[in-house]
Design a protein around this ligand. Structure first.
Ligand code: 26Q
Length: 824
């Protein structure tokens, strides 16, 4: 048997890889392609994982441990091979084993497609949480959808984003296991007939003329770091209910049979590529109900195998809803408890409200899920009845608590104006409601969810996000990881607060030199990637200023590129002016239908074309757009960044998690007082960050009282005016005066949007320019900069997802740690 860590057997491993190449591809290892070797290595690794997976699950069963089910439409896992090896503590040994066969592990890792089953922050958070849960010995399942196509692949053609399908499963997924025996049926549509049971006198509800789909789970192992725990990510595939093919075939109705198969499959076809934007598409609601119904059926079946009182489900199960997307879990759990398990309403409600908890990730109106009632009731007739009853009972609670205040009903009910307000349902049924950074939670309590907070303050709590250092330092930045371990030991891998031991080294010149040497090497690594992918030469001695995240107006990539246009004007106008060379790096996907976001990508690429090819500026400025920004290339970018751009309009970014990944890798934040930036500054000290712009309160005041007119700023700041005019004068569009009209209008024209410059770009522009000047001045002072960079790493301990998960466990889930010992 293959074992790992202390008992990893190199020779056995090598043999297994060779055998796998033969068995899978009928080849000798010397003839195999890198992709084939990737497959062979991954199967060898999976074989090692399987034993711990079995043992872990047996241990959970034996301890009868409480389990959290993390329900999420998105799990942005990235690549599995490198991460699994890291967590098995076998990375270096496997690298050596492969070296002995003349195989480069890096090349093999690059063969694996990212599992991009998510858009951005929310999906990656779910992936970090799974890593931490396994590492901290907590029983947990991630439940989601096995999208046939994940987040689209981005190509840049002529400066424009072009989307192509992400066929991530085309070579097969070596780490997944199909679990046929746990398949479940999920029903849509039809009508509900009501009957009284003649024996019990109980109401029963019978769904008729429905369509059903078979949900088949695929399990992926989630390996904990060095503790032999293996948890499960369970993602559901959709199939037509079988027996169809034979029946229909017999009747000669082959086409109908295939059609039915295709209709079923469509549910899991593709991830909706909207980040922070609600699209009321029927298929999306189908996806939500599909994976929730299947997951809840599976969880109840598992519970009932060893427990006979379903009324005590909450003692063994916690369900966390990652935003409102899985909120249909509330009425579906009620349905299963009442219609299938035979509980009465009050009993079912008690179980549901002691089991479900809700995390809010946004306050932006356009992201709130509100389903049209007619669509909702047609697709989910029984679920809709239950929602109506939840709403009816809640409204009478409001009226009892606030007599005569009918406006409270309008503000808080679930059903209003022909819509189902999912957030309201999540708050009403959830026993916990949390925001994802302190500022965000305070805004929820004081503004967006004020009425709910006043009515049920005990539900509200904050859980500041975190990230896993195993992927974003140990795997992504091996040079720095080794250096940190050499200096303070390897305790930081599972206890990131240990990084504070680096603080004393900030005054050690030698330590600082080493730290900056590593940053330099990582910049060289990134420069090579840029040369290969973009054909652009960038100087690793220039300041690497990085903004990578989804493209969204509130994240203000437009502010960044307008500032670059301003700098370029400055350099052209004052060639003698001293200017420290900069490389501005962007990476961002725009939702396919988001016009202004796509225009911004085109603008960035066009400015890049002009600036990068202007020899008169002596390479002082370079602009790089990283194509297809995703988890795997993100690791390179964080490791190489000097400056972390976190410049959202204050109050709009719930938390941000990229900010934490940069900080961990020694890049200070250039940002607004928004989301978790506030807490980052608190940890690292204001002198080690570059903060600018309106505060969240100022933004909220302007929004509520008006009083902001960008046109005044435009006419009073001629340098800014010139930059904005350059959007229209053809400078960056080969003479086309319409190319950036939407962007121009969004900044100045009140006729096109309800208000101009909704995101306060003009208002914050000068303050951003000043902050950027401070960055340059600080960077020129090598001593000062190295201290700033090191302090960022040293103070990033709070932002591990291990800390976040411990808080969820203590305040919300109440889980116990379960140890797994080595089997021999
Ligand atoms: C909703 C309905 C229909 C289609 C799509 C959606 C949808 C999909 C994705 C709505 C929102 C999202 C994603 C939201 C998201 O990523 N939010 C981010 O969550 C992070 C983790 O908490 C925070 O750090 C970010 O601040 C927040 O923007």
């Amino acid at each position: 048997m293959l074992m790992y860590s202390d008992s990893f057997e190199k020779e056995t491993f090598k043999e297994t890889v060779k055998d796998n190449v033969k068995a899978l591809f009928r080849k000798q290892i010397e003839e195999a392609t890198p992709q084939q070797i990737f497959q062979a290595v991954s199967y060898a690794v999976k074989e090692i994982i399987i034993d711990d997976w079995l043992t872990t699950q047996a241990e959970y069963r034996k301890k009868d441990a409480k389990t959290v089910y993390y329900m999420s439409m998105e799990f942005l896992m990235g690549r599995a091979l490198g991460n699994n090896l890291i967590n098995m503590t076998a990375y270096k040994e496997v690298r050596e084993a492969l070296e002995e066969m003349n195989i480069d592990l890096n090349v093999i890792e690059d063969q694996e497609p990212d599992a991009a089953l998510g858009n951005g922050g929310l999906g990656r958070l779910a992936a970090c949480f799974l890593d931490s849960l396994a590492t901290l010995n907590y029983p947990a399942y991630g439940c989601g959808i096995r999208y046939r196509y994940g987040m689209f692949k981005q190509k840049i053609e002529n400066g424009y984003q072009v989307e192509t399908p992400d066929d991530w499963l085309k070579e097969g997924n070596p780490f997944e296991l199909r679990r046929e025996e746990y398949a479940k049926e999920v029903r849509f549509g039809g009508t509900i007939r009501f009957e009284k049971d003649p024996e019990t006198g109980k109401d029963t509800f019978i769904q008729e003329n429905y369509e059903s789909v078979r949900a088949v789970p695929y399990d992926m192992p989630i390996v904990g770091y060095g503790n032999h725990v293996v948890n499960t990510l369970r993602i559901w595939d959709a199939e037509a209910i079988t027996n169809f093919s034979l029946d229909s075939f017999d009747r000669g109705d082959y086409h109908k049979a295939v059609e039915q198969e295709n209709l079923a499959k469509r549910i899991v076809d593709v991830l909706y590529p909207n980040d922070n934007h609600y699209a009321g598409k029927e298929l999306r609601l189908k996806q939500q109900y599909f994976f929730i119904s299947a997951s809840l059926q599976a969880l109840i079946a598992k519970y009932k195998k060893h427990h006979d009182d379903i009324r005590k489900l909450y003692e063994k199960v916690a369900i966390q809803m990652n935003d409102t997307h899985p909120t249909v879990a509330v009425p579906e759990l009620m349905r299963l408890l009442i219609d299938v398990e035979g509980l009465d309403w009050e009993e079912a409600w008690e179980v549901t409200t002691k089991t479900c908890a809700y995390t809010n990730h946004t306050i932006m109106a356009e992201a709130l899920e509100k389903w049209p009632m007619d669509l909702f009731s047609r697709l989910l007739p029984r679920i809709f009845q239950i929602v109506q009853e939840i709403d009816r009972r809640f409204i009478s609670e409001i009226r009892a608590k606030y007599p005569g205040q009918e406006e409270k009903v309008e503000k808080m009910s679930i059903l209003w104006g022909g819509q189902v307000r999912m957030a309201h349902m999540a708050i009403i049924a959830g026993y916990s409601v949390n925001g994802v950074a302190r500022l965000h939670t305070e805004i929820l309590k004081g503004q967006e969810l004020k009425d709910f907070y006043e009515m049920m303050p005990e539900k509200f709590n904050n859980k500041t996000n975190g990230i896993t250092q195993r992927r974003f330092l140990l795997h992504g930045n091996p040079l720095l990881a080794d250096w940190v371990t050499g200096r303070i030991g390897d305790g930081w891998i599972t206890d990131l607060s240990k990084l504070e031991n680096l603080k004393v080294l900030v005054n050690d010149e030698q330590a600082r030199r080493e730290f900056m040497q590593i940053k330099y090497k990582n910049k060289v690594r990134l420069a090579k990637y840029i040369k290969e992918h973009n054909g652009i030469n960038v100087d690793p001695r220039s300041i690497f200023d990085v903004q990578v995240k989804r493209l969204h107006e509130y994240k203000r990539q437009l502010l960044n590129i307008l500032h670059i246009m301003y700098l370029y004007n400055q350099i052209k106008e004052h060639p003698e002016m001293s200017f420290y060379p900069r490389t501005f790096i962007f990476g961002a996907k725009a939702a396919a239908g988001y016009l202004r976001a796509k225009e911004t990508i085109k603008l960035i690429n066009s400015v890049a074309d002009v600036v990068n090819n202007d020899r008169s500026i002596n390479g002082k400025l370079k602009i790089v757009f990283i194509e297809d920004y995703r988890v795997s290339n993100a690791e390179l970018l964080f490791a190489a960044a000097d400056v972390s751009e976190q410049i959202s309009t204050a109050s709009k970014e719930a938390s941000g998690t990229g900010n934490m990944k940069f900080m961990l890798n020694g890049a200070p934040t250039l940002g607004t007082m928004d989301g978790a930036n506030v807490e980052i500054v608190e940890e690292v000290g204001a002198e080690n960050a570059f903060i600018f712009g309106l505060s969240s309160q100022e933004v909220i005041n302007y929004e509520n009282n008006g009083g902001y007119n960008p046109v005044d700023i435009y006419f009073n700041d001629w340098e800014l005016k010139r930059v904005i005019d350059q959007l229209m004068d053809g400078t960056y569009s080969g003479g086309d005066h319409n190319m950036y009209r939407n962007l121009y209008n969004s900044l100045l024209n009140t006729q096109c949007t309800d208000r101009a410059d909704t995101y306060f770009i003009l208002k914050d522009f000068r303050s951003y320019v000043e902050a950027q000047k401070k960055v340059e001045a600080a960077y020129r002072d090598e001593n000062r900069w190295s201290k700033i960079a090191m302090m960022n790493t040293a103070c990033s301990g709070k932002f591990t997802s291990d800390r976040t998960i411990e808080e969820y466990v203590k305040d919300i889930w109440k889980l116990e740690k379960v140890g797994v010992s080595l089997v021999q």
